[in-house]
Design a protein around this ligand. Structure first.
Ligand code: NVA
Length: 240
């Protein structure tokens, strides 16, 4: 039995956890903080202690990584990261599986990340160290992923290339990945649109990658913002 606890909205993570638990003959309790005693001031630590006595695991989605870490510190059962502002490892595992289904082992391949240096970008950086692919990041300077995570990955033998130019990142790549320009918690940061426009994935950028290259996006997608509809819904898209 798992509790899935959502401080933020979710479509795929919620449904995939729920379906998976049921397919494994388990079950799920889906919670949001407003309907729990957390909404009346109960601490995460107390919530962790109590839930640990009822269920086998907790998955939490929250933009605040400290909240997830608190839950993990006080829970005595496994805690799964269902997305924070810093990372989204469940999505990354699905992306690596999709890549390998389409193009074989990801080790030694080149993945181009375009756009915001957000939670997904950071998780791709961690994955480059774990799975041994080359990651090329093209992000505006002010939206680059934190140096600390890039340095950590390089110290762990990852090949990470950083550039301001999307053409350089996608050249001969096996896969181009992007994400929304406004992640959860970025609401109102409209200045991002001007910064990110040149990183939109379109047919011209796709044509600079390998002929068999695929496009990936964790969703939700905003067509004609970070990706054109032609790419998103085109033959190279592995989004679905
Ligand atoms: N970067 C996005 C991913 C959504 C699944 C966000 O954090 O909103």
């Amino acid at each position: 039995m798992i509790v899935t606890l959502f401080y933020e909205s979710s479509t795929r993570t919620r449904v995939s956890f729920e379906v998976a638990m049921k397919q494994l003959d388990g079950d799920v309790v889906v919670l949001t903080p407003t309907e729990m005693q957390i909404g009346r001031g109960e601490t995460i630590a107390d919530t962790a202690r109590v839930l640990s006595r009822y269920v086998d695991a907790i998955m939490m989605r929250t933009v605040d990584p400290d909240r997830l870490n608190d839950l993990a510190r006080y829970a005595t059962i496994p805690v799964i990261n269902g997305l924070t502002k810093n990372s989204h490892p469940c999505q990354l595992m699905a992306d690596v599986m999709t890549f390998e289904e389409r193009l074989g082992p990801i080790v030694g391949k080149s993945i181009a990340w375009l756009g915001d240096g957000n939670n997904m970008a950071c998780t791709w950086i961690q994955a480059a160290a774990r799975f041994g692919f080359e990651l090329r990041l093209a992000c505006p300077q002010v939206l680059s992923p934190p140096d600390a995570i890039v340095n950590w990955a390089r110290e762990n033998d990852a090949t990470i290339v950083q550039t301001l130019y999307p053409e350089e990142a996608v050249s001969n790549a096996d896969c181009i990945v992007t994400d929304t320009w406004l992640s959860m918690g970025d609401e109102g940061e409209d200045h991002r649109y001007d910064l990110l426009r040149r990183y939109r994935v379109d047919d011209r950028l796709m044509s600079l990658a390998k002929s068999e290259a695929i496009f990936m996006h964790c969703l939700p997608a905003h067509r004609e913002e970070e990706v054109t509809a032609l790419v998103m819904d085109g033959p190279k898209s592995a989004v679905w």
